[in-house]
Ligand binder design. Sequence first.
Ligand code: DQA
Length: 146
Amino acid sequence: MTRVLVMNGPNLGRLGIREPDVYGSTSFDELAKQCREAGRDLGLAVEVRQTDDESELVRWLHEAADSGVPVVLNPAAFTHYSYAVRDACAQLTAPLIEVHLSNPAAREAFRHTSVIAGVATGTIAGFGTDSYLLALRAVATLVSGR
Ligand code: DQA
């Protein structure tokens, strides 16, 4: 089974409680379970992590780079300004799918810039928790070489 790391940045641990009108009512634990289950159906061993700490996220990305593991990343607010996360993403050798629950392009101006998008294989945004499931499908397709 191909291993996939699903990484989540700040405030995403509060899914379900945090601005449910924007991010939905699904909790982070439920999202993690859905990702693992979808992964099993796609032949992927999915590990889901969340951190509010930029340096921890950078360390996890180095780990993924060193082990050649595909990454699904919701960088959360780091999307818009973290060159440290962007530079860590640039070191990945396997596919990187950037995901967002909401559609940042349809929100406040500061969310219209992603410093991550330029080093991602692709971006999926605006489909709520389905964004993650679509990203895992994309990873499965990419690693199968179809
Ligand atoms: C988000 C969008 C970001 O602008 C925001 O800072 C988040 C969540 C999303 O999933 O829609 O924390 O990445």
